[in-house]
Design a protein around this ligand. Structure first.
Ligand code: HAM
Length: 415
């Protein structure tokens, strides 16, 4: 877990800005679910054999005996909210987005944190592949607008519940003769969910996986046509994508489309910037109803790392043109009030209110390279006046405080 420090705030600001703007344009509503959820929300939906449920969930037992967990992801809570708030009765699909902390007890390594942040977009109540395409487009464009280059989207289809049964069997048949040579995780997955073997990053397993049967040879006509239409949309939109027949993703709720977005130059297991897909079965698991849905989430820490690598442009702190120097108790007292006056008029003023000596305050003003310095001493405060010093010419003028804002506006405009 890590602290987010002020030097990174321009990056966070940029990410939030882009996410909220994109959401507004495509008409997604903002949702915040609690960081703590009932354990069942994830256990039932992510799959007991998924890495996240198996070893990454932080559990919390309350004094009242409730089993709660720190949310490891945002999709299952959104689906829980869908049923809890009766969103079924709203016009479908319901389009929502979120941004916040997630928690996974992972082994620490580059780009993998135990507390991290995601933003995510979900479209609930649409089975049309146009929704899958819309989300991939949003994810790719968001990352591009944040200044990240060389993006590529890997996609695959996992079929639905029915076609997956046939594929699962084919995988079992194939891996049965190899499993003894594979890692202990794969041996366990072989029993619980052989599809998850395809996710293994161990070199000795990867070689065997490369010759495994491919899901696209097993999916039904309906799933095939859904995938084909998605690809046609992506072609039309000129989204760079790569078909990866072994992309299965780590969570069990996916059906049909799955995708991950990478910086093409760093395509390794740890570097997916975003991941998502269709989860038509999740409604059934959490609310007993079949609700088609699709979405994605993006890891903000990874995005910020990439933004820095790509030297992305981020909002800069505005350069102050004015510095306020105060002297004595009365000067300081009036200064704070004056600062508020400037804030109301949207004039950015710098200060060192905690400093006392005029010398050190003038030094700060010089360092900031301001155009005007305002000096509010004990005498000026008593007379309700203030000194304006032009830092270029060194000329000073005393004016009544009630006229200050207008005078400053005039001088800044003339500059
Ligand atoms: P996920 O692939 O587990 O999917 O996570 C999405 C993104 O979150 C990853 O691509 C990565 O950028 C970031 N991420 C995941 N784990 C960590 C970590 N430990 N440290 C830093 N970043 C991390 C989901 O969470 C699904 N809920 C996505 C989704 C939405 N599917 C449908 N709708």
């Amino acid at each position: 877990m890590h602290d987010i420090l002020p030097e990174d705030s321009p990056y966070w600001e940029k990410v939030r800005q882009e996410v909220f703007e994109m959401a507004k344009f495509y008409d997604f509503g903002y949702v915040e679910t609690p960081i703590l959820e009932y354990q069942g929300v994830f256990e039932k939906s992510l799959g007991v054999a998924s890495e996240v449920v198996e070893k990454e969930i932080y559990g919390v037992k309350t004094k009242g005996g409730d089993e709660l967990v720190l949310r490891p992801e945002g999709t299952a809570p959104i689906m829980r909210a869908y049923f809890q708030h009766g969103w079924e009765s709203l016009p479908q699909p319901v389009k929502v987005f979120y941004l916040g902390q997630m928690f996974r007890h992972e082994s620490p390594q580059a780009g993998r944190y135990r507390q991290f942040h995601q933003f995510g977009f979900e479209v609930i109540g649409s089975e049309d592949p146009v929704s899958d395409a819309e989300l991939i487009l949003i994810a790719m464009n968001l990352l591009k607008d944040m200044g990240i280059k060389n993006l590529i989207c890997e996609i695959n289809s996992l079929g639905d519940k029915t076609c997956r049964i046939k594929y699962r069997q084919a995988l079992k048949d194939y891996f049965r003769s190899h499993i003894k040579k594979m890692c202990s995780n794969c041996q366990r997955r072989f029993k619980e969910n052989p599809l998850r073997i395809l996710d293994c990053k161990e070199e000795k397993c990867k070689e065997i996986i490369l010759k495994a049967p491919q899901i696209l040879d097993f999916i039904c006509d309906d799933c095939r046509s859904h995938f084909k239409k998605l690809i046609e949309f992506l072609d039309e939109l000129e989204v760079p994508y790569l078909l990866n027949p072994y992309l299965v993703r780590g969570l069990d709720y996916y059906t049909k489309t799955v995708f991950e977005i990478y910086n093409e130059e760093k395509r390794s297991s740890q570097s997916a910037l975003a991941g998502g897909g269709r989860y038509d079965g999740l409604g059934e698991i959490l609310g007993g109803k079949n609700i088609p849905a699709v979405g994605f989430a993006c890891g903000i820490e990874r995005v910020i790392y990439e933004m820095k690598e790509s030297k992305a442009r981020v909002p800069q702190k505005p350069m102050p043109k004015i510095f306020l120097v105060q002297l004595g108790d009365l000067g300081k007292k009036k200064s704070l009030k004056l600062m508020e006056e400037f804030r109301k008029h949207n004039i950015f003023v710098s200060e060192s209110l905690s400093k006392h000596s005029i010398k050190s305050q003038m030094k700060s003003a010089d360092k900031e390279g301001v155009k005007l310095t305002l000096i509010l001493g004990q005498k000026e405060a008593l007379d309700n006046e203030i000194i304006i010093r032009d830092m270029t010419s060194g000329v000073q003028e005393t004016i009544p405080i009630p006229k200050l804002i207008n005078e400053i506006k005039k001088r800044l405009k003339a500059a």
